[in-house]
Structures are given as structure tokens and as C-alpha cells.
Ligand binder design. Structure first.
Ligand code: IVH
Length: 677
């Protein structure tokens, strides 16, 4: 490949991978399978190897991925939490073994373990007592999720036995067992909430839930697989697993000490076959050099231990018959084809439907009626059709032609230039589009009215109570009480006092939601959360946005042609302006948050010095002070109003503050003054 071509490709891959990383790590909502992701990553790695001068600083190969959510206290790991090198190829496992033997110049034993598909966790025990649990985060700093992890039933809060080191860190995987996962998703669907795509996301979402009483109700489970302590001589991984077990920690019984490559391959093949019978997900096996001294000799690269590797299984694949195609209409009018299938058991659940994404996918598959199709589970909730078994095709079976009309409102569909999706243009009258816009408006990242969900919006729409988000603010108790809806069993249920009050309270509470979230909630094409924040920061009010010219809009940081055109088009529609006018009396259309916060703040214009060590990152403390109108200075002087003193603060700083009668406060006291945690 030529350099210019490679450069283009690298840019494309980096941006694609970063997007998938974001969906996976931050949103917990991936839209491609792990296998597809790893293939893209490998393609990038090989291009970067060939053209090292083209490596971008933002390349996913230059970092280990982040999953920090800002709500939790961030904590630095004592030892970085590295990930494992991985492969889908048996040959590379053989190469790994050869490499290890070559470096050590001797044969070694390996411990083969299951690779549990959950979220990795670091757990600290002090004198045998559980004290802290921190997520992997970016490998260096993670989220302190102690309160949540503490609720895991199989986790001992005090270790058994007596011979534990004073300070002990264990690493393991928190996972969501299949049985609990199906139940959780059923409950979510009943409440009209979006189900988790897979048990890993359920585990991750649960561990990062803010309310630990909710976590306690969920059946999270744990396997521990690694232990670290500077106080105890550790001999081998197999002994370490025994030690963990003897301390009462949950350790899988499936690990196996293997003395050669044949035994390793047997272990891989055994579990590739048996994994569908396990009550939890695994996505591969992990191979670890058993002897700790050997491990130490092999050491680490910047990202991985050289003494371990994971072999990842390819996604499970099944064949089944296509029964029919159903077309779904989304909030934006985009039509998604979904295949109804003969039910088939795949990777832990019965599959009846599979996504076909768009017309191009149907054409590429050359799908015909009643074809036998291969399905795989990727990151999505419903599996994907990955191929057609043409040997089983019926003679004269008709080729699937994409629908020309909207299944809901019968409008003729259109296809926009350069886009794969067909759209229903009837955005004003097509019911799923109307309901979709309201569902988007109430969603968590927008107005966050969680007392309403898909089911209740359906009910309100079917009873002619809401057609636009503004109608939500006109709802009255009398309108809602006793409204009847049919549930899955065919029974009718009616809205009771408690639900009605919850709905009204949710709507009321949304009136204080920030302008940026309201703007995002309007569902303007290409105006996602980040764009909404940028527009609000720049334009401050909805009227400034409505009247902004194209030239003004594209001057905003990172806002280009596509967004500007979409915004202008949206604002030129009279009905949208009417919607804004109808919402005006109720929601925030002005960005007053910062000024208000500053001028009402007790620390407005006060000068702070921060010194010592803290549980929180210094940047975060600084940010909070500045957000509240305070100023930061690096040294204490007569002008300093407060010294925020952490642990290990220098005695001379303290003395100077005392001499100058500067107020000395702890981080806890600061948190009290400006209300943050
Ligand atoms: S050992 C330094 N063992 O896989 C080595 N990891 O891709 C630490 N994982 O971040 C990891 N099962 O979350 C190890 N039996 C196992 C594992 C395992 C699952 C996860 C872990 C790690 C990731 C690496």
C-alpha cells in the first residue's frame, strides 16, 4: 500500500475504532462484534507497523481504553491493571509457547483458565478485611465502586484462614449469570426500558450504578484469578488459585495445569464446545505461565504481560430458516429490516429475530424467501445474519425486495443521497416517528423523565394525550388516572394513583434540566449530546440558535456543514418553532447555570491553594473550585483565602497558612461548602 493511501486508511480506522471504543467502554452499547472490532484493530496495528511515522497520538493502539464515569471517586491503581494480548488463531498460541521457551531456554507449564466475559476489578483486603474495589478504568486510574462490589454475594468481606498478608490485592472478573440476565432484561422490557445488549454490559452497567441498593438486588457474581502482595512469596499461578480458594474467594474449578501444547489445545477445544453449556459467558481461554519466577523473567510489555495470552473464541454460529421480514420505523423515519426466524438456541438464549440493518445488507446477502441463514451474536441485542446457506435454497424462491412503502403510515419511502437507509418522509404524521421523538425527549440523557417509558408513551399517544413533547407539560391527574392498557398476557391494566403521581413529578422535575439536555432532547438530526453542549456554550439561548446564520454556526468549535445545514433546516420549519414556543413556559432555553452557580457560590472570587495528597484527582478538585467561581493559586500569600489540606501536607505550608491566618480546610469540608462528591 502506498503511503498516502495508508495515511487515509489509518485515519479512517482510528476514527472508526475510537467510535466503537466509545460505544463499548463509555456507552456500554457496542454495535459491532468483538471479533469484527479486533479485526479492524489488527488491520490498524499492521499498517502502523509498516508506517510507524503515521501513528496518530489518538490511535486506540496508543492507549488501553477508558471506562471512567465521572460520578465515582477516581483512584490510582497501586499496580497498573494491564490487559492481555489476544489472538483468534491456534498457530499464534503455538508461537507464543515457542517464544516463551526461547526466552526462558526451558520448557514450562501453563495454567489454562476460562476467560470470563465480564468486567475486571481490583479488590483490596487489609488484614483480611475487604476495604476497596476499583474498576480497571484506563488501567492506571479506575472508579472506586467499593459500595457496589461489597453487595456481591459470593465476595467474602473477611477472608477465611489466618495467613493472609497485611495488604492484599486480588484481581478478578465480575459477571452477570445467564439466568439473572434474562430476568433483568424481561423486567426492563416490561418497564419500557432498553434492555442490556449482553451479560457483560449488564455487569458493567450494574457495577457503575450510583445506588448500591439497586446493585444489591442484582445477582452479580465474581471469579478471582490473580493475586498480588509484596509481603508474600508467591510460587505459581496454580498455587495462587488454591490460596485464593482457601481464603474463601470464588475461584473457577475449570482451570487446568497443562504441560505441553497438546494439552493446551485440548483445553481450548473442550471449552469451545462446552461453553454454551455454562451458566455464564466466556469469550475465550487465558494461558498463563505457571511459575512466578518464570513470569518475572518474562516481564511485561507496556500493555501486556509477556507470560500470558488469551485465545478468543469466534462467535457461535447457527443456521435457521427465514420466516418473514418485518420493517421497523425509527424516530428519524429510518426503516430497519428485521428477519423473523424459526426459533433456534444460540449462545445461551433462544433467537427468533435477527437484524438485517438496511437494504444494502439484504442485497449483499442475496436473500431469498425461506432461505436458510447463518446467525451470530455480536454486541447487539438481536443477532445478525452473516450468510445464506445457498445449498438449501428452494427452487424459484423469490428474491427479497426491500419494501417501497412505510409499514406504519403507507407513505412512499425515499432514499437520501449517500445514505444506506430508506426513510419514511411523513415525519409529522407517522406514529412511530412521533412516539420516537417523545421517547427521545424523555430519555435519560435528555429530559430524564424516567417515570415514563415506551409503554406509557404508547398509552398517552393512543389516547390522544400527547403528540409533541410540549403536550407532556399539559398532562393533568384527571387525564391519566385510570387510563387502560393491554399487557402481553392480553389482560388490561390501568394507571393507578402512584404511577400517575410519578409521571407528573417526573415531568415537573424536568423543568430544571439544563438547556443543553433540552436541546439534545429536541432530536435535531446530527445534534447529539456533545454538539448540543457546544451550541449552548456558544449561543447561550434558544433564540440565538434559531436566528443564527449558517456562517455563525460553522464558526462553533467542531461544528461543520452537515450539522449547520441540519440545524438551519430544523429551525426553518414552522412546526418546530411552534414546538419551541409551546415548550418555552416549561423548560430551560437559556444557559444560566454557570453564572448562577458562580454568583450564588460562597467561594465566589475566593483564592485557594491545594496541597497534600487526596483520594480525588487534583484536577477534579481544581475544576470544582473554578466552576464555583473560586480561583487557584500555587503558593500561600496574604491573598489566599483557603488552604485545602490533604494528607502528607508539608509542615512549612501549614505553618505559613497559620501565620497568615488563612482558613485551613479538608477536602471533606470543601465538599460541604460547594456541595460535590
Ligand atoms: S489475567 C495481568 N485471567 O480479560 C493479567 N484475565 O483481555 C491479568 N479476564 O482485563 C488478567 N478472565 O478482565 C485474567 N482468567 C482470567 C480472565 C481474565 C477474564 C479478563 C480481564 C482482563 C481481560 C484481558
Amino acid at each position: 500500500m502506498k503511503r498516502t493511501e495508508a495515511e487515509k486508511k489509518i485515519h479512517k480506522l482510528v476514527s472508526e475504532l475510537n467510535h466503537h471504543n466509545y460505544l463499548y467502554y463509555v456507552k456500554n452499547d457496542p454495535d459491532i462484534s468483538d471479533y469484527d472490532f479486533d479485526q479492524l484493530l489488527k488491520e490498524l496495528e499492521s499498517l502502523e507497523n509498516e508506517f510507524p511515522e503515521l501513528i496518530l497520538p489518538i490511535s486506540p493502539t496508543q492507549k488501553v481504553g477508558k471506562d471512567i464515569t465521572k460520578e465515582f471517586t477516581q483512584t490510582k491503581h497501586l499496580y497498573p491493571m494491564l490487559s492481555l494480548d489476544n489472538t483468534y488463531s491456534e498457530e499464534e498460541i503455538v508461537e507464543f509457547d515457542n517464544r516463551v521457551q526461547k526466552i526462558l531456554e526451558r520448557k514450562v507449564d501453563y495454567v489454562c483458565e476460562l476467560k470470563f466475559d465480564g468486567i475486571s476489578i481490583s479488590i483490596t483486603y487489609v488484614d483480611g478485611v475487604f476495604t476497596k474495589a476499583v474498576t480497571r478504568g484506563d488501567g492506571v486510574i479506575g472508579d472506586d465502586v467499593t459500595a457496589n462490589v461489597k453487595t456481591i454475594r459470593s465476595l467474602p468481606l473477611k477472608l477465611m484462614g489466618t495467613n493472609h498478608p497485611h495488604n492484599l490485592e486480588i484481581r478478578g472478573e465480575i459477571y452477570y449469570p445467564h439466568a439473572g440476565f434474562e430476568k433483568l432484561n424481561d423486567e426492563k422490557l416490561k418497564k419500557g426500558e432498553k434492555p442490556f445488549a449482553n451479560p457483560r454490559n449488564a455487569a458493567s452497567g450494574t457495577v457503575k450504578t450510583q445506588d448500591s441498593s439497586i446493585v444489591a438486588k442484582r445477582p452479580l457474581a465474581l471469579f478471582s484469578y490473580y493475586l498480588m502482595s509484596s509481603e508474600k512469596k508467591l510460587n505459581s499461578q496454580s498455587e495462587n488459585l488454591e490460596l485464593l480458594k482457601s481464603w474463601g474467594l470464588p475461584v473457577s474449578d475449570s482451570s487446568c495445569l497443562c504441560k505441553d501444547i497438546k494439552e493446551i489445545m485440548d483445553f481450548i477445544h473442550l471449552w469451545d464446545q462446552k461453553r454454551s453449556m455454562l451458566p455464564f459467558d466466556i469469550d475465550g481461554i487465558v494461558l498463563k505461565v505457571n511459575n512466578v519466577e518464570d513470569q518475572e523473567e518474562l516481564g511485561f510489555t507496556s500493555k501486556y504481560p509477556r507470560w500470558a495470552i488469551s485465545y478468543k473464541f469466534k462467535a457461535e454460529r447457527k443456521s435457521t430458516e427465514l420466516v418473514s421480514i418485518q420493517y421497523q420505523v425509527g424516530r428519524t423515519g429510518a426503516i430497519t429490516p428485521v428477519a423473523n426466524l424459526m426459533p433456534v438456541f444460540l449462545a445461551g438464549t433462544t433467537v427468533k429475530r435477527a437484524s438485517l440493518h438496511n437494504a444494502d445488507v439484504i442485497n449483499e446477502l442475496d436473500l431469498h424467501a425461506h432461505d436458510h441463514v447463518f446467525i451470530e451474536k455480536g454486541g447487539e441485542i438481536i443477532p445478525k445474519i452473516v450468510g445464506v446457506d445457498k445449498s438449501k435454497r428452494e427452487e424459484n424462491s423469490a428474491k427479497i425486495e426491500f419494501t417501497k412503502i412505510c409499514p406504519e403510515c403507507k407513505s412512499n419511502l425515499i432514499r437520501k443521497e449517500g445514505e444506506a437507509a430508506y426513510y419514511c418522509p411523513n415525519e409529522k404524521e407517522c406514529p412511530p416517528q412521533i412516539k420516537g421523538r417523545i421517547e427521545h425527549f424523555i430519555s435519560k440523557k435528555a429530559l430524564n423523565i424516567n417515570s415514563l417509558g415506551e409503554g406509557k408513551i404508547d398509552l398517552l399517544f393512543n389516547n390522544n394525550l400527547v403528540k409533541t413533547p410540549a403536550d407532556l407539560y399539559k398532562l393533568k391527574y384527571e387525564d391519566l388516572i385510570g387510563l387502560e392498557k393491554k399487557v402481553d398476557s392480553g389482560k388490561k391494566v390501568s394507571l393507578k394513583e402512584k404511577s400517575v403521581n410519578n409521571i407528573l413529578k417526573g415531568v415537573e422535575d424536568s423543568k430544571t434540566i439544563s438547556f443543553a439536555k433540552v436541546l439534545f432532547g429536541l432530536g435535531i438530526r446530527f445534534v447529539g449530546e456533545t454538539v448540543a453542549k457546544k451550541l449552548v456554550k456558544h449561543f447561550k439561548t434558544i433564540d440565538n440558535i434559531i436566528t443564527a446564520q449558517y456562517e455563525d454556526i460553522i464558526t462553533v468549535d467542531e461544528i461543520g456543514e452537515k450539522i449547520a445545514n441540519s440545524l438551519i433546516q430544523w429551525c426553518s420549519d414552522k412546526e418546530n418553532i411552534l414546538l419551541i414556543d409551546n415548550l418555552r413556559p416549561y423548560v430551560q432555553f437559556e444557559d444560566t447555570t454557570e453564572q448562577e452557580k458562580e454568583s450564588n457560590s460562597p467561594i465566589n472570587q475566593k483564592t485557594f491553594v491545594i496541597s497534600g495528597t487526596f483520594d480525588l484527582s487534583r484536577d477534579l478538585i481544581k475544576q470544582k473550585i473554578e466552576e464555583n467561581g473560586g480561583k487557584i493559586s500555587s503558593s500561600i500569600s496574604k491573598k489566599t483565602d483557603y488552604l485545602v489540606a490533604g494528607e502528607k501536607i508539608g509542615p512549612s505550608k501549614l505553618k505559613k497558612a497559620e501565620d497568615l491566618k488563612t482558613k485551613i480546610i479538608s477536602l471533606e469540608a470543601l465538599k460541604e461548602i460547594i456541595k460535590f462528591d
